[in-house]
Design a protein around this ligand. Structure first.
Ligand SMILES: *Cc1c(COP(=O)(O)O)cnc(C)c1O
Length: 356
């Protein structure tokens, strides 16, 4: 195949991001919000969408919407940029900040898209393992920073898949010691009740990522980058025009208009997380880790692949992390009570079958 001779080896050798599709399955693998919107609210959204001029491009700068979100996040005007999901913003960061050394530093395990996007944009990926508590190994991180001058450092806070927050003093030490830009990805911050956004007043090499995907609007692909204006001005040169379509822009306004409803759902998910954690702890051979997000990371005393397959056979899809770094570990998204019950039932039966 001639294509094989043209394409970069780094891209050719990848397997690609695989999102499993199983009709009718209970999806507990992608950290979506399990609740749907009440019918009157949904109807209102669809009515707004019905007014769209299909023949026209969406509002290019989406200035008003950006300023609305700036107010929502408590930052100054022009400090917010919209993306087609925060994945697109990660891609823009990797393209724009591809410095002379082109290094992207990430702790592991973390959100896999940092690595995939960094590689696909021609960056070199530098990895440092988290410590035994899944916190940042600050000495190893600083050593790597001194040796390689990465242009970008991604810190998911809370971290996926482990669910914990990193120590704030370690994060600040990294921000102070790097000459590159630190990205704090707060995709799950709403479930932790904490944000590091106020650090924007203290440092100028810091940006934040937020998304509506984990809050109930995954279908609409809406992500936000919050940071200093001069960084955003550079990113804006790389952004494709009209990157956020009309329907997504309407959904973003809808989110702000109905913020109370989305907040209620977050509270319910946090409550369900507490119960799910306790139930998991009761199962012999299963060790759940405390979570500040809308999912729970757990290890099991058996072959995780077999557990995963048994759950899948029962129509329950979770995320399998059974690799060398996270042997026999899995991640389950907190569902509604019916989903959590079905998951626990299936897990218990799998565990007893495998001879706990
Ligand atoms: C889900 C997720 C994202 C991607 O969100 P989208 O807005 O759907 O692209 C980014 N970062 C982390 C850590 C995530 O878990």
């Amino acid at each position: 195949m001639i294509f094989r001779d043209i394409i970069s080896k780094k891209i050719f050798e990848q397997s690609g991001y695989i999102a499993p599709e199983q009709k009718g399955a209970i999806k507990m693998d992608a950290n979506e919000n399990p609740f749907s919107l009440q019918e009157p609210l949904k109807k209102r959204l669809l009515e707004e969408m019905g007014k769209v001029n299909l023949n026209r491009y969406p509002e290019a700068g989406a200035l008003e919407l950006r300023n609305r979100f700036a107010r929502y996040y408590g930052v100054k005007k022009d400090m917010v940029m919209l993306g087609n999901g925060s994945d697109e913003l990660i891609q823009m960061l990797c393209l724009t900040l591809k410095g002379k050394v082109s290094g992207v530093l990430v702790p592991t395990p973390t959100f896999v898209m940092y690595r995939i996007i960094a590689v696909n944009t021609g960056n070199k990926v530098l990895e440092v393992r988290l410590d035994e508590n899944f916190d940042l190994d600050i000495e190893a991180m600083l050593t790597k920073i001194r040796a390689t001058f990465p242009s970008l450092i991604f810190l998911s806070c809370p971290n996926s898949p482990t669910g914990n927050l990193f120590s704030r003093d370690k994060i600040e030490a990294i921000i102070k010691k790097t000459s590159g830009v630190v990205v704090i990805d707060e995709a799950y911050a709403d479930f932790s009740g904490e944000t590091l956004l106020p650090l924007l007043k203290k440092y100028d090499n810091l940006v934040f990522l937020k998304t509506l995907s984990k809050l109930g609007l995954a279908s609409m692909r809406l992500g936000f980058l919050i940071g200093p204006r001069d960084i955003i001005a550079q990113l804006d040169k790389v952004r494709l025009p009209y990157n956020v379509n009309c329907l997504s822009q309407i959904a973003a306004n809808f989110f702000l208009d109905n913020h109370d409803e989305f907040s209620r759902q977050v509270l319910q998910i946090v409550k369900n997380r507490g119960e799910l954690y306790l139930r998991l702890k009761e199962i012999a051979g299963i060790k759940p880790y405390p979570s500040s997000a809308n999912f729970i990371f757990f290890s099991c005393a058996f072959d995780a692949d077999r557990i995963y397959n048994k759950l899948a056979a029962d129509g329950i899809i979770i995320k399998n992390f059974n690799t060398k770094l996270t042997r026999n570990c899995m991640r389950v998204t907190v569902g509604n009570s019916k989903e959590n019950k079905a998951f626990l039932k299936s897990l218990k039966s799998a565990v007893s079958e495998l001879g706990a």
